[in-house]
Ligand binder design. Structure first.
Ligand code: ATP
Length: 589
C-alpha cells in the first residue's frame, strides 16, 4: 500500500473525536493492506517502529527536525521556527511549508520526476528504521540528511505525518486497544474478535506480530499465539482496597496475602544462559541489572522460565530493604557497575508465567506459587515473596503490620479460587493492594494533561498542572485535579523541559470540561497525594457513574510527592475505577 493512502487515513482520523468512527476509518484503510506490511502499518499508526521492548526509538529532537526541514525546503531555520511557534505543531508546519514550496515549483515548472515518486509504506518504514539505527560519530548529521532527503520527495500530507512520527507525536488518537478493534473489523467485518486479539497481544506485547498472524492465517492463527520466551507478557495489575474488611470481602472470606515490596517490577525471561529482564511498561532493562542476571542463573533450577518479582535495594549488613528512591537510582544506562556496588539489590519473586514448556497464564494462583518453588531455589539475593493464606481480618492486620515492619509498603491480596488466573494486561480483581498510605493520605499516579504558566518565581515555566486518571472502559483520560503544591524549582525545570515538546491542541483522548491554557500529549505520570476525594461538577473523573449525572470526582488538597513515575505508561496510571472505589469506601465509613 502507498504511504499516501495511509496519510489520507491519518488525516481523516485527525478530524474526528468519535471512537466508532475512528475504528471504521482505520479499518477501511487496513483492509487494503497485505500481511507483510500490516506489522509495519500497526507500529506507524501507534507512532513508532517496533514494540517498546525492542528499544529502538526515533524520537528526534525538534531542533534536528527543523534543520532537516530547512535542508529539504531551502527555507531558513529561523523562518521555520517562527511558523512552528505560531502553529504549535511541527507536522502542520511541515505540511504548510511543503505546500508553499510545491506551489512555487509548479509556477516555475521545475517539478522533477523524483518528486512524483509514490512511496510504499514499507519504503517509508525502512528509511525511518535506518534513521533510528544510525549511531556514533556524525550520526546526528546523517539523520538530518536522510530525513531531509525523504521529506523533499514526499507529498505535503505525507510529510505532515512522517515528521510527527519522527518526533514521537503522531496525534491521531489511536492507541493499541482501538487499533486491535480496527484490525478485527478490517479482517473479519466485526468487532467480535477483539477479545481474541487482545488475549494474543497481552501474551506477547507485540501488536505487529498479532496483526501479521491475523492477516496471514485469520483468526485461527491468532488463537494459536502463545506466550513466547523473550517477548514480554503484558503485566497484570491490581485493584486497591482501603481496609482489611474490604480486602477479605472482595475474596469471599479467604485469600492469600503477600508482602507488597516497594521496588521495581521485573519480568524475567530465561532460556539456558540467555536472560532478559523487562520492566512493567514493558521495556528491556537487562543491561541495567547485570547483577540480577547473575543471581537468576544461580537460583534457577529449570532452563526455560518466565517469572516475575520486585527488585528492591537491600542493605545486607542491616538486613533491611531500602526505600524505593534507592532502587530507582539503578534505572540508568551509564555507570552501571559503579551503581551495582553502591546500591546492591535483591529480588522477591511472586509469580511464574511459563515453565515446563507451558504458558502458566491460565494456571491457578496456588499452583503457580507451588511451581515457583520447584523451578527456583532461594539464594542470598533471590527470595520468594513472603506469603500466607488468611481467612480473618485479625490475621490480615498482623500480616500487614509485619509487612510495614519489614520496610514494605503494604500487602497484596490474591485470589485463591480456581479462577485465579494471571490476567495479563489487565487491572483485575484477582489481585488487590492494600497499602499503608491508603490509611494515611491516598497517593495516586496521575497523568499530566494540561498546565498553566507560573507567576513570580515560577514565571516562564508551568506552575500548576491539570492531572487526569485513566478510564480503560472508554479509553480516555479524565480530569481529577489541578496541582501546584509540592514542586521544587528543580522539579519545575525538569517538568518544563519534558512537557514543552508534548504541548499541543487538546488531545481527543482527554475528556475535560475545563479549558486548560496548555494541553499535552498524555505521557508523563507523577505521584500525587491528597487529603480527600470529593464530588465536583468541574472534573470528569467517574462522571456519569455517581448519584448525580453532573458530578465527577476531584482530589482535595493535592500535593506532588516528589516521585516521577517513569516506569509506567500513561494508561497504567491510577484508573477511574480505583478512584471511584476509594471514594465509595471512604464515604461508607
Ligand atoms: P503501586 O504504585 O501501588 O505499586 P502499580 O500501579 O505499580 O501500584 P499495581 O498492580 O497496582 O501496580 O500494584 C501491584 C504492584 O506492586 C506490582 O506492579 C508490583 O510492582 C508490586 N509488588 C510488590 N510486591 C508484590 C507482590 N508480592 N505481588 C505482586 N506485586 C507486587
Amino acid at each position: 500500500m502507498k504511504f499516501n493512502e495511509l496519510s489520507k487515513c491519518y488525516f481523516e482520523l485527525e478530524k474526528t473525536q468519535k471512537k466508532l468512527e475512528m475504528i471504521d476509518i482505520l479499518a477501511d484503510t487496513l483492509k487494503h493492506s497485505v500481511s507483510d506490511e500490516i506489522g509495519k502499518i500497526t507500529f506507524l499508526t501507534l507512532g513508532k517502529l517496533y514494540p517498546d521492548f525492542v528499544g529502538i526509538k526515533l524520537m528526534l529532537a525538534e531542533k534536528m527536525v527543523i534543520k532537516a526541514l530547512s535542508l529539504a525546503t531551502g527555507t531558513s531555520e529561523k523562518s521555520i521556527m517562527n511558523t512552528f511557534e505560531e502553529i504549535g505543531d511541527l507536522g502542520k508546519t511541515t505540511h504548510q511549508l511543503l505546500e508553499k514550496k510545491s506551489q512555487t515549483s509548479l509556477l516555475s515548472f521545475t517539478q522533477t520526476k523524483e518528486e512524483d515518486k509514490e512511496y510504499e509504506i514499507s519504503e517509508v518504514w525502512e528509511i525511518l528504521d535506518k534513521i533510528a539505527k544510525m549511531s556514533g560519530e556524525g550520526s546526528a548529521d546523517k539523520k538530518i540528511k536522510t530525513l531531509a532527503g525523504l521529506i523533499s520527495k514526499v507529498k505535503p500530507l505525507e510529510a505532515r505525518f512522517i515528521i510527527r512520527i519522527v518526533i514521537g507525536q503522531l496525534r491521531i488518537g489511536i492507541e493499541s486497544h482501538l487499533l486491535l478493534e480496527a484490525l478485527s473489523v478490517s479482517k473479519t467485518g466485526s468487532r467480535e474478535s477483539k477479545p481474541l486479539l487482545e488475549r494474543a497481544y497481552n501474551s506477547n506485547a507485540d501488536i505487529g506480530f498479532v496483526a501479521e498472524q491475523l492477516y496471514e492465517g485469520g483468526i485461527e492463527a491468532v488463537k494459536q499465539i502463545e506466550v513466547r520466551l523473550f517477548n514480554p507478557i503484558r503485566v497484570m495489575l491490581a485493584q486497591r482496597v482501603s481496609s482489611s474488611e474490604e480486602l477479605l470481602e472482595k475474596f469471599g472470606g479467604k485469600c492469600s496475602l503477600e508482602y507488597k515490596y516497594d521496588g521495581l517490577r521485573v519480568q524475567i525471561h530465561k532460556k539456558g544462559d540467555d536472560i532478559k529482564l523487562f520492566s512493567r511498561k514493558p521495556e528491556d532493562i537487562t543491561n541495567q541489572f547485570p547483577d540480577v542476571n547473575r543471581f537468576i542463573k544461580e537460583a534457577a533450577i529449570e532452563d526455560e522460565i518466565i517469572i516475575e518479582g520486585e527488585i528492591v535495594a537491600y542493605d545486607s549488613t542491616k538486613e533491611k530493604i531500602l526505600p524505593f528512591q534507592q532502587v530507582a537510582q539503578r534505572k540508568r544506562k551509564y555507570d552501571v557497575d559503579q551503581k551495582i556496588e553502591e546500591i546492591p539489590v535483591r529480588v522477591y519473586l511472586f509469580d511464574v508465567l511459563y515453565c515446563y514448556n507451558e504458558s502458566r497464564l491460565d494456571t491457578e494462583y496456588i499452583e503457580r506459587r507451588k511451581l515457583l518453588t520447584e523451578i527456583i531455589k532461594e539464594t542470598e539475593n533471590i527470595k520468594f515473596s513472603h506469603q500466607l493464606v488468611v481467612d480473618n481480618t485479625d490475621d490480615i492486620e498482623i500480616f500487614f503490620n509485619q509487612a510495614l515492619e519489614n520496610s514494605c509498603e503494604g500487602v497484596m491480596g490474591k485470589d485463591v479460587s480456581p479462577d485465579s488466573i494471571y490476567q495479563a494486561g489487565a487491572r483485575g480483581w484477582n489481585w488487590v493492594k492494600f497499602k499503608q498510605d491508603y490509611i494515611l493520605p491516598d497517593t495516586f499516579d496521575l497523568v499530566i494533561i494540561g498546565a498553566d504558566y507560573g507567576k513570580g518565581k515560577r514565571a516562564g515555566k508551568y506552575g500548576t498542572f491539570l492531572l487526569g486518571c485513566y478510564n480503560p472502559e472508554n479509553l480516555v483520560y479524565q480530569t481529577f485535579t489541578w496541582v501546584g503544591a509540592g514542586f521544587s524549582d528543580e522539579d519545575l525545570d525538569i517538568l518544563y523541559k519534558m512537557l514543552k515538546p508534548l504541548s499541543r491542541d487538546k488531545p481527543k483522548e482527554v475528556e475535560s470540561e475545563i479549558e486548560s491554557p496548555v494541553w499535552f500529549d498524555p505521557q508523563i505520570v507523577i505521584e500525587v497525594e491528597g487529603a480527600e476525594i470529593t464530588v465536583s461538577p468541574m472534573h470528569t473523573c467517574a462522571k456519569g457513574e455517581l448519584e448525580r449525572e453532573s458530578d465527577g470526582l476531584a482530589l482535595r488538597f493535592p500535593r506532588f510527592t516528589g516521585k516521577m513515575v517513569e516506569d509506567r505508561l500513561a494508561e497504567q496510571a491510577t484508573s477511574t475505577e480505583e478512584i471511584h472505589q476509594i471514594y465509595l469506601s471512604k464515604k461508607d465509613k
